[in-house]
Design a protein around this ligand. Structure first.
Ligand code: PLP
Length: 364
């Protein structure tokens, strides 16, 4: 639990909570990182101090996710939405079409952006269910000559999550893992590429992580900016231009925090416990409603509704008074959403469940 009485439980979808111990370390090291006499923010990205931070951070991520040796890890900028364009620029490899699996607002956005670069085949979509489900794998219409298959492993807005990596055959799979990375084990070898912005489950906004298989690098289209060219950036260890140094440093502290807590498998156990607690409370009540099919419920983002939506404002006000913040749902979905990433302690979910029950008693 927090030692600071002012700390809140922040259920924001992103930027999101960070582990308090990470923030304390960063605060303690702010003026003088490890006797260097400077803040990490002030360091040259080519100096030995920052290079040591960078190398440790990449190595820790590789260890945490068991990233195979034939995959490059790059730390870029541009966010998840930037990758919606950067991925096709790098990954078409002379081909002209992309297969898209659309299970929510983020993969829908990815499909729209990709249309600027290639023919987009809608291989599957759950839009007709209001993005509350994942289309059965057997129904997907995949093309053997597609450059890649794109999907979003966890739809942050709709709260729909793949519970395992689907098999798509020989065509490389591209996964947007922005809001699920490091919340559970992920078999990177099943992907050609995964990408994610850091601000959901890792660290500060501004850092984008791209993990890509060696053999897919090096065929970017002619007009790909060098800073967004995976070949250029992986050859120069993400230092072709100045990387987001402070964000990388904080991500590194988060990776050390994860390792000290037992790594991704231990986080998964905690995340299952937190998700079960919250979904269990919602399922036990007639007062609250959830819409996502149970077999694809997200462990990270839990959208829910008050049956009587006239009570929404009162619900949010009462939550704020208990220091349970940012529970308002995304405007596209409405209702409420609780994002419970790695850094949300179980105490936060317990406090939310307590509030759900008290609010129902007072208003049900
Ligand atoms: C937040 C998010 C994005 C967009 O990230 P930005 O860093 O804001 O560009 C893309 N995909 C998913 C799944 C997200 O959760």
């Amino acid at each position: 639990m927090s030692s600071n009485p002012n700390r809140v439980f922040n259920f924001s979808a992103g930027p999101a909570m960070l582990p308090e111990s990470v923030l304390k370390t960063a605060a303690a090291e702010m003026l003088d990182w490890h006797g260097s006499g400077m803040s990490v923010m002030e360091m040259s990205h080519r100096g030995k101090e920052f290079i040591s931070i960078y190398e440790q951070t990449v190595a820790d991520l590789r260890e945490l996710l068991a990233v195979p040796a034939n995959y490059k890890i790059t730390f870029l900028q541009g966010g998840g939405l930037g990758e919606n364009a950067i991925v096709p620029m790098n990954m078409l490899r002379g081909k002209s079409s992309i297969d898209m699996v659309v299970t929510g607002e983020w993969s829908k956005k990815s499909a729209e952006e990709a249309k600027k670069f290639a023919t987009v085949n809608l291989a599957a979509s759950s839009e007709n269910t209001g993005f509350t489900s994942i289309p059965d794998r057997a129904s997907w219409r995949l093309n053997q000559d597609a450059a890649y298959v794109h999907l979003c492993m966890n739809e942050t807005i709709g709260g729909v999550e793949f519970q395992s990596v689907p098999d798509v055959g020989a065509v490389p799979l591209v996964g947007d893992v922005s809001s699920t990375i490091l919340s559970r084990p992920l078999d990177i070898s099943k992907f050609g590429l995964v990408f994610g912005g850091a601000q959901k489950n890792i660290g500060p906004a501004g850092l984008t992580i791209v993990i890509v298989r060696d053999d897919l690098i090096g065929q970017a289209t002619q007009y790909t900016p060098d800073v967004f060219n995976y070949a250029v950036q992986s050859k120069s260890d993400s230092m072709y231009n100045t990387p987001p140094t402070y964000a990388i440093y904080i991500a590194g502290l988060v990776f050390q925090w994860l390792k000290a807590r037992g790594g991704v498998a231990a986080m998964e156990a905690q995340n299952i416990a937190k998700a079960n607690l919250l979904y269990g409370a919602l399922d036990a009540s007639e007062f609250y409603v959830t819409k996502v099919a149970k077999d694809c419920r997200s462990r990270m983002n839990v959208p829910f509704f008050l049956r009587d939506e006239a009570l929404n404002a009162a619900f949010l006000k009462g939550a704020d008074e208990r220091h349970l913040l940012q529970l308002k749902g995304h405007r596209v979905v409405g209702g409420m959403r609780a994002s419970i990433y790695n850094a949300m302690p179980i105490e936060g979910v317990q406090a939310l469940v307590g509030y759900l029950q008290d609010f129902e008693k007072a208003n049900g």
